[in-house]
Design a protein around this ligand. Sequence first.
Ligand code: C5P
Length: 302
Amino acid sequence: MSVTVRVPAKVNVRLAVGAARPDGFHDLANVFLAVGLHDEITVTPADELTVTCSGPDAHQVPLDTTNLAARAAIALAGRHGIDPRVHIHIAKDIPVAGGMAGGSADGAGALLACDALWSLNSSRDELLAICAELGSDVPFSLVGGAALGVGRGEQLTPLDTGGDFHWVFAMADGGLSTPAVFREFDRLTEGTDVPAPTADPALLEALRAGDAVALASTLANDLQPAALSLRPSLADTLSAGTAAGALAALVSGSGPTTAFLTKGPDAAAEVAEALLASGTCRTARVAQAPAPGATVVRHGAA
Ligand code: C5P
């Protein structure tokens, strides 16, 4: 018996960051969009909790209980008074420490997969509560689509999207630590009056209308200066994508993946090719958005 769940990556089309809170987190107005790059999480009964990972970046993935997939299994089992005797396999396609919520995707995926494997039938609200304990981006990985996240990003309101958006993602060599990028944001904004974060109504309207040109003119990521400060070479990647015809370019979340919004599938293929040829990134991938959230894709004999 095994269960496999597919979970999308995300890009933040608006990441508005407020001042640091007393608990060290930052209040956000975070407009998430799920994109069609996926990890697949397969859970199988086992004598003890184990994690394995496959894919080009597998060697960068921790296989102990710091992995959000393992923590999700432990948290769910703990709520039901059972032992998390499960083998979790992560087939990884989302960049590791890339600013695309790959670790969060694995947490949400393992949670949904274990819930099905153990026939717990948890409500969506119960699963979302565990997701929020696991990390700020984990609830969105479960729900997918498009959503506004406030608080530390975990309090979600679903958003309508009027059509598909065509993106290119340029993966960088090595990752960036999210806490380090937030610390750099604090350093860069020290002594300034950081405004309360808000979502731009024009951006929400562009999403609702499915209008890529309008969305391009409203994309913004307050963490971008911090990510560029820690990784200045990302500026070259951003320029290469816009020179190749992308409507807009921005750092995805805390980076270092960069995201390019294009007019359609043909433009996306051209931008991806130009980015690869530019030598400013490790690889470039096209992906469509919005993508559905975590979904059981196989449930049966292993
Ligand atoms: O919630 P998560 O564990 O994913 O957050 C990782 C780190 O990112 C936090 O420890 C914190 O340094 C930073 N963070 C933040 N404000 C948020 C979300 C994350 O400062 N709203």
